[in-house]
Design a protein around this ligand. Structure first.
Ligand code: URA
Length: 433
């Protein structure tokens, strides 16, 4: 078998066989297939798609590309959640400790920033000392002992996704249904959780721009999860507007801490409460209403915040930063962006906001780029708000002063102001199960 023929077949819109897909994944992981051939295939998949059989074969090949987790000492069901990616989407940082503080175990494998979206692993690494590169046996030990850990993909677990994820990030091949579905479900199945809640984002800041596409993606992933014997459901949530007010790694950690202290932004809190409620429900902790009350209580009595502190300490981080978020280093430079005219913020291109944050240093342009953890944006006005000409609508933070002009321009281009107050759609748009 030759990789050339596999690329050519997909380029010509043919259906790939399970053997071809397995050949690609094992060859790419072993290093026999180089990045340039893998990116050519990803681009062909981006343009020509994959049917459900190909997508399932790709998912299983990613799952089987490394070890699987085993949690022999854990009683009860283990649950996980995964987002398809958004701007200002720090829900995992909140939902994971909430659910763990309600007595459900969570062994989470998360990703780095991808395209214009941020990643949980980069956000966690903005906490001094926090380790995400934990070998499988230690990961299992931490979860067995403390009930929660969030790690990045190691060389042992779903290594195919680790390599493909980094490659797609810099080759404009992220927003493809089969590549997203197999990436997410490949690693979720390798982690071998019992229950999976998927947060499928929809709108201008997500990889799926329409509700129809988001529902299709959600159904593909739910079906793959169920076929593999996992209790799986998906919430379709709004990403036409950034979630919360912070975009960028340590800025988002600080906002997540605000939510865990019970004083976070309403939209972010609501989405987190619904995700956590569904996770507890799938883990059979009670009726949906009972689960919602448990979630609300775990925030109100700070048990979720304490679980977050324990998790950070358990993974080598300094938990004092969670209790005293003012300890996070601030960016050296900041700049306010003002409204060019009066009116309602009628619409924002949320992907443009994500790109502005990348330009400030919060993400990568090449696989080797390092991240400026303090870089990003704080939004002072969001869709639906009335602003007067000259009002500050956002503050940009960076270590690179020369990034202000391109990032500021991108943010302003992405912000639309009109006389009419816009109708906002619900945050939770559908449930797919
Ligand atoms: N999250 C993932 O883990 N993979 C994707 O491809 C997109 C979002």
């Amino acid at each position: 078998m030759r990789m050339y023929d596999i690329i050519k077949a997909k380029r010509d819109n043919k259906i790939l066989t399970e053997e071809q897909i397995k050949f690609f994944i094992s060859g790419y992981v072993s290093g026999e297939i180089p990045d340039y051939q893998a990116s050519a295939l990803c681009m062909a998949i981006y343009f020509n798609g994959m049917n459900i059989e190909e997508t399932t074969a790709l998912t299983l090949a990613i799952r089987d590309s490394g070890d699987k987790l085993h949690f022999d000492n854990i009683e009860g069901l283990r649950v996980d959640k995964h987002s398809t990616g958004g701007v200002g989407d720090k829900t995992s940082l909140i939902v994971a400790p909430v659910v763990a503080s309600c007595g459900v175990k969570l062994a989470k494998m998360s990703g780095r920033g991808l395209g214009h979206t941020g990643g949980t692993v980069d956000k966690l690494e903005s906490i001094p000392g926090f380790r995400v590169d934990i070998p499988t046996d230690e990961f299992e030990k931490i979860v067995n002992k403390t009930g929660i850990a969030i790690v990045g993909q190691s060389a042992e677990l779903a290594p195919a996704d680790k390599k493909l994820y980094a490659l797609r990030d810099v080759t404009a091949t992220v927003d493809s249904m089969p590549l997203i579905a197999s990436s997410i479900m490949g690693k979720k199945l390798a982690a071998d959780d019992d229950c999976i809640v998927l947060d499928v984002k929809t709108g201008s800041g997500s990889f799926m721009k329409t509700i129809e596409d988001s529902k299709t993606l959600a159904q593909i992933m739910v079906d793959i999860g169920k076929k593999a014997g996992k209790k799986t459901l998906a919430l379709i949530t709004d990403m036409d507007i950034p979630l919360g007010r912070a975009i960028g790694n340590s800025l988002e950690v600080k906002e997540a801490i605000e939510v865990l202290n019970g004083r976070g932004p309403e939209d972010l809190t609501k989405v987190c409460v619904e995700l956590a409620t569904n996770m507890l429900f799938l883990a059979e902790k009670g009726s949906e209403d009972e689960c919602r009350q448990m979630v609300i209580k775990s925030i109100a009595d700070k048990s979720a915040l304490n679980t977050f502190v324990n998790m950070v300490n358990g993974q080598g981080g300094d938990g004092e930063y969670i209790l005293h978020p003012e300890m996070f280093k601030e960016a050296s430079f900041s700049m306010n962006i003002t409204a060019p005219k009066s009116g309602y913020i009628s619409r924002v291109d949320t992907e443009g906001y994500g790109t502005a944050s990348l330009l400030l240093g919060a993400g990568r342009n090449t696989k080797e780029d390092s991240i400026d953890y303090a870089a990003g944006i704080i939004l002072h006005a969001k869709t639906g708000d009335y602003v007067n000409e000259g009002d500050v609508i956002a503050t940009l933070y960076t270590e690179r002063k020369d990034a202000f002009s391109s990032a500021g321009k991108k943010l302003l281009e992405s912000t639309h102001i009109a006389d009419e107050k816009p109708q906002l759609r619900p945050l939770i748009l559908a449930k797919v199960q």
